[in-house]
Design a protein around this ligand. Structure first.
Ligand SMILES: [Zn+2]
Length: 428
């Protein structure tokens, strides 16, 4: 259903201090200092986080996980990971399921990234049953009606996209020593974002923020909900993963491109929504996923919970790596494990609303959080910074910094504009 919502340009834009411009930048270098905002966020009652924080160290939590992985990848890895010594817990023509200790996920993730340039390239599950469900083909997503007729509103909102706001968020998130999903700073980063989004949403009773507590690991996901004014039961998800890695809890991992850039783009869409006074007809959920690098664990748990509760997700836009221009084309859509109708819609949005160019490529099995939504029968897409073989070579190292990307967010701006257009044309 479409409804033109009053678009009040006269509303004075909220003046918000971009996170990096705050007088006190988070200082997490020693992994213990809490930014005042983080402390504040931790002090308020967060739904679902009243229980004590579980143990952080993988060694202290010898958790068992089951991974689903392409059998051809297992074969290609040979001795590089100790699969030959293991018996699969299940196998079909395409996939294999193996039991692992959670502590082994880091090494597997590293090897997968080095060998296939996919991170993680597998799903990790907390139960064998859940892993075995990957043997079943995902249900086909119901096609949404994709129409493009909100030109005036989209054009006005695109003018509000601000590069400095994006660089601000990238700087803030990459100032954490690491956002690894089992590290102190990796736990603090989503708590800080929860606090920041709560402040951003002040004065909008239709917006609420919550953390999503995961059963098997301490890092939380963050979900901000803008309740739809006309069809609130229909939900559109925009987000990306907040965790990062360079091989474990102790290694410095700024993760500026992978994936502070995706969170910064998500945050920019939200900031533009609030600054313009935009009220969507359908419900929008902005998400920061935990533990993507450890096997898409955060998004998998959330998408499965949504499916179980029968949430009518109309579309999911995954933002994972947006600020390194490695290829000739600006925006590169992943064609596998995504929804082709929604991808075509996104391509049209680029053509109609931006001067940018786009192309397509295949990303492979379990390549990022969109796969969790696709697996649960929801239409999902990943607009990516480059072609597969041309992405930022610094990811998963201590060099994945904003400086390494020229200190600018000119590339990420393109993704923020696309995501704003997607939001307004789909949530009407
Ligand atoms: Zn990523």
């Amino acid at each position: 259903m479409r409804r033109l919502l009053p678009f009040l340009l006269a509303v004075p834009f909220l003046v918000l201090t971009a996170p990096a411009r705050a007088a006190t930048l988070p200082d997490f270098d020693r992994g213990i200092t809490l930014h005042p905002l983080v402390q504040q966020a931790m002090d308020v009652a967060v739904p679902g986080v009243s229980a004590p924080t579980p143990a952080i160290s993988p060694a202290a939590a010898p958790e068992t996980v089951w991974i689903s992985i392409l059998t051809q990848d297992v074969t290609a890895l040979g001795e590089e990971f100790n699969f030959p010594e293991r018996k699969p817990a299940g196998q079909n023509g395409v996939l294999s399921v193996y039991e692992l200790r959670a502590a082994e996920l880091d090494r597997l993730g590293d090897i997968m990234q080095r060998k296939f340039r996919r991170s993680p390239g597998f799903f990790a599950h907390s139960s064998l049953r859940s892993a075995q469900q990957d043997f079943t083909l995902p249900p086909l997503a119901a096609a949404a009606a994709y129409t493009i007729d909100q030109g005036e509103k989209v054009s006005t909102m695109l003018q509000l996209v601000d590069e400095s706001s994006i660089t601000g968020m990238i700087s803030t998130l990459s100032a954490y020593k690491t956002r690894y999903y089992r590290s102190v700073t990796g736990i603090a980063a989503p708590k800080w974002l929860y606090g920041y989004w709560t402040q951003l949403a002040a004065g909008r009773p239709d917006i609420s923020v919550a953390t999503f507590r995961h059963s098997a690991f301490p890092q939380e996901s963050v979900i901000l909900t803008v309740t739809g004014a006309v069809e609130p039961e229909k939900v559109i998800v925009i987000g990306g993963h907040i965790d990062c890695t360079s091989g474990g809890a102790d290694n410095p991992a700024p993760g500026a491109d992978d994936n502070a850039s995706g969170i910064a783009v998500t945050n920019e869409v939200l900031r533009v929504l609030i600054a313009s006074g935009y009220r969507p007809a359908q419900t929008l959920k902005f998400m920061a996923f935990a533990a993507e690098e450890a096997g898409l664990r955060g998004s998998a748990e959330i998408a499965a919970a949504f499916k179980k509760q029968g949430v009518a997700v109309q579309g999911m836009l995954n933002l994972d790596m947006a600020n390194f221009k490695g290829s000739a084309q600006d925006i590169n859509f992943v064609t596998d494990n995504t929804n082709s109708d929604q991808n075509a819609f996104l391509g049209k949005l680029v053509d109609i609303y931006t001067p940018y160019t786009w192309a397509t490529f295949k990303c492979g099995y379990g390549c990022s959080d969109h796969a969790s939504w696709t697996k649960n029968g929801y239409p999902a897409s990943l607009p990516f910074e480059s072609k597969m073989e041309e992405y930022n070579p610094a990811i998963h190292t201590a060099n994945d910094t904003l400086e390494q990307m020229g200190g600018r967010a000119t590339h990420a701006v393109k993704f923020a504009k696309l995501a704003v257009a997607y939001m307004v044309e789909l949530a009407k």
